[in-house]
Design a protein around this ligand. Structure first.
Ligand SMILES: Cc1cc2nc3c(=O)[nH]c(=O)nc-3n(C[C@H](O)[C@H](O)[C@H](O)COP(=O)(O)OP(=O)(O)OC[C@H]3O[C@@H](n4cnc5c(N)ncnc54)[C@H](O)[C@@H]3O)c2cc1C
Length: 342
């Protein structure tokens, strides 16, 4: 019999993130698949009551909270202390948390303190025969493994976007607040502020419905013998803005930027999709001016519906990599798409 703890943090406005609700969905499904198991919720943040109320109807037996000014910002020492205290109070054997940056960096250390084990980037959970198994991908998303562990507590970090979010009604939850006085040594790190790009400079949106990929073709000489990098920038930004899409890139295009060549000013290596880049999850993807070679398309594993625009009917997308290939000039296509979107 497992005691399952959902561990999450409340956001600055007191709400719960989508990844926290997805992890709750996974925890609920797991508890339902393991008769006799218990589900508890542990929340950390400035205040946790509003977050607990949001998921009051989730069926958790107990809501535990660690709150206060010390727990607003992501900080290893205070987050680890809070997670450890909650896990011990809950006597949790399985701890589920969103694999977002805050918990990814803290919970493996907490597992060590608790004498348990941690697994990150988990994309599936099952409870066949009452035995808990988890799934994760290895070797840059080429192989999927299923594993079980006997060691407890087992800390499991769930990849955002891999689970349906819990969708129950809000209510009023009774939260057992745990007073946690941090030793001075935990406060050696103080968070003085957050530096982040302006909202309109943010091109990576993990929650977007569409991934728009830009390839090196956008910077190549076109039919008139000239390159049109500025026009390319305007078309790509226009689509990102109108469709609230996330921007991906081929390696060739971001590498050109690193060499100081005139390319899209807002691209960085963080946008790179593929074998040596990222493997994002989006319902739809549109590749433009990108050849669709295997080291790039391997990063499209979790894109459900794939389309590409390329002048070359023999490009990689035509070889089973895309559901639809438009053999067309991406400059013309994106200008029309943007006009329709606006
Ligand atoms: C070990 C290794 C790891 C790698 N990892 C990655 C990785 O993680 N991610 C990655 O992306 N690549 C990776 N690569 C590189 C990869 O193999 C390709 O070289 C790269 O993806 C090519 O980028 P591209 O398609 O943008 O450029 P190109 O190959 O130059 O293709 C440009 C395309 O644009 C088209 N085009 C030009 N003008 C237009 C227009 N007006 N309209 C429509 N189409 C147009 C052309 O027809 C062409 O197909 C890796 C390679 C190696 C060896």
């Amino acid at each position: 019999m497992e005691t399952i703890l959902l561990l999450a943090n409340s956001e600055a406005d007191g709400s719960l993130s989508r990844s926290a609700l997805e992890t709750l969905g996974a925890a609920k499904a797991l508890a339902a698949g393991m008769p006799g198991s218990k589900l508890l919720v542990g929340l950390v943040g400035q205040t946790v009551q509003a977050a607990a109320n949001r998921i009051a109807a989730c069926g958790a037996q107990t809501f535990l909270g660690v709150e206060g000014a010390d727990f607003v910002a992501s900080r290893y020492a205070s987050d680890a202390a809070a997670a450890e205290a909650i896990a011990k109070a809950a006597q949790a054997t399985v701890i589920l948390a969103p694999a977002a940056s805050r918990w990814n960096r803290v919970l493996p250390g907490v597992a060590q303190r608790l004498g348990g084990r941690a697994d990150t980037h988990i994309t599936g959970l099952s409870a066949g025969g009452g035995k808990l198994s988890v799934n994760r991908w290895y070797y840059r998303q080429r192989m999927e493994g299923t594993l079980q562990r006997t060691q407890r507590p087992w800390v499991i970090l769930i990849d955002p976007g891999s689970q349906p979010a819990w969708q129950g009604e809000a209510g009023t939850a009774t939260v057992q607040n745990m007073p946690l006085v941090l030793p001075e040594s935990c406060k050696r790190t103080t968070v003085v502020g957050v530096r982040e790009p302006a909202a309109d400079a943010q091109t990576i949106r993990p929650d977007a419905d569409l991934l728009l990929v830009a390839g090196a073709g956008w910077t190549k000489k076109q039919a008139d013998g000239q390159a049109h990098a500025k026009e390319a920038e305007a078309l790509i930004l226009g689509c990102l803005k109108a469709a609230r899409a996330s921007l991906g890139s081929s390696k060739s295009l971001v590498d050109l930027g690193g060499e100081g060549q005139a390319v899209l000013s807002f691209l960085t290596h963080l946008n790179q999709i593929g074998q040596t880049g990222s493997t994002p999850r989006h319902p739809k993807g549109l590749a433009t001016c990108c050849h669709g070679e295997e080291p790039h398309t391997v990063g499209w594993r979790f894109i459900n519906e794939r389309r590409a625009v390329n002048l070359d009917p023999n490009c990689g997308w035509a070889r089973g990599k895309a559901d639809v290939l438009y053999v067309a000039d991406a400059f013309a296509v994106m200008a029309r798409v943007n006009a329709l979107l606006s």
